[in-house]
Design a protein around this ligand. Structure first.
Ligand SMILES: [Zn+2]
Length: 273
């Protein structure tokens, strides 16, 4: 198994071409992946394979993820500067309409969302346009499509845009401050509980490190030792290599759109690498 996992941020919209608009890049990449004869599969299949929980044929496969859980993941939105934006969900349904259900029968996107409504509201006002683009009403609807899984991107991202005291006195703006049980429980297990209540009977089982910051305590202690508390099976980082049988389940590599690749040509190199 060597499965590249790609990551997008649907709020990254500073124009309307591939390099300036993650949803546009996502739509183009679906076609590139298909043209290369690769199969898109759910990220949880990759994790199940890694952990020996399943034995599927994952040769020549790719998994897709997106971070931060804005409404751009699911709903088309009129952007105040750059016009109407197709959601990642509708990029998937457009692809199906264009190429047929059989082209990519396991087509799937894993969306890592921020749990705390208060933190999302602050991020919406502080980092986005303050138009309510970070709500959670779409989570169960997205999950019900069967095309999207809602997963755990922490309680509040420990984001600097949240003008509240950090959990357990943590300074804001870095996830590396999550260095003890109380902080880890509040950032990860509390997020699982909140997300699970919204998407029941589904459950979140995958974590994605905010800022791709991998704190030693979380990686070495909390995730491996307290599974019954947080329910996570694996955690995603930014290692820029395919997931393979020896990958670290608590820091699985991904390639980030706009960082590890900025053009279809560069992605082609990654996918064929
Ligand atoms: Zn994030």
């Amino acid at each position: 198994m060597r499965v590249p996992v790609l990551a997008y941020h649907a709020v990254n919209i500073s124009g309307n071409d591939y390099a300036s608009n993650d949803p546009r890049a996502f739509a183009a990449d679906l076609r590139l992946i298909d043209d290369l004869g690769l199969r898109i599969v759910p990220l949880h299949w990759v994790v199940d394979q890694l952990l020996g929980r399943a034995n599927r044929d994952l040769e020549r496969c790719v998994a897709l993820t997106c971070d931060d859980g804005s409404n751009f993941d699911f709903e088309d939105i009129e952007h105040p500067t750059h016009g109407r934006q197709r959601s990642l969900h509708h990029c998937l349904t457009d692809f199906i309409a264009e190429r047929g259900k059989d082209a990519q029968p396991d087509l799937h996107l894993t969306s890592f969302v921020i749990a705390s409504p208060e933190a999302r509201a602050h991020i919406d006002r502080g980092c986005l346009a303050g138009r309510g683009w970070m709500d959670d009403a779409w989570w169960p609807a997205a999950q019900d499509t069967g095309l999207i899984a809602i997963e755990n991107h922490s309680w509040d991202h420990n984001h600097a845009a949240v003008p509240l005291p950090g959990i357990d006195g943590m300074p804001r703006g870095s996830f590396l401050s999550v260095d003890n049980r109380a902080r880890a429980r509040a950032e990860i297990a509390a997020a699982s509980d909140f997300i699970n209540a919204r998407i029941a009977p589904q459950r979140t089982t995958l974590f994605c490190y905010p800022f791709s910051h991998v704190p030693d305590y979380v990686h070495d202690e909390y995730l491996p030792r307290f599974g019954e508390e947080h329910g996570m099976l694996a955690a995603m980082g930014d290692g820029a290599e395919p997931v393979h049988p020896d990958s670290d389940r608590w820091n699985l590599p991904r390639y980030i759109c706009g960082w590890h690749w900025k053009s279809p040509e560069a992605l082609r190199q990654i996918l064929l690498g």
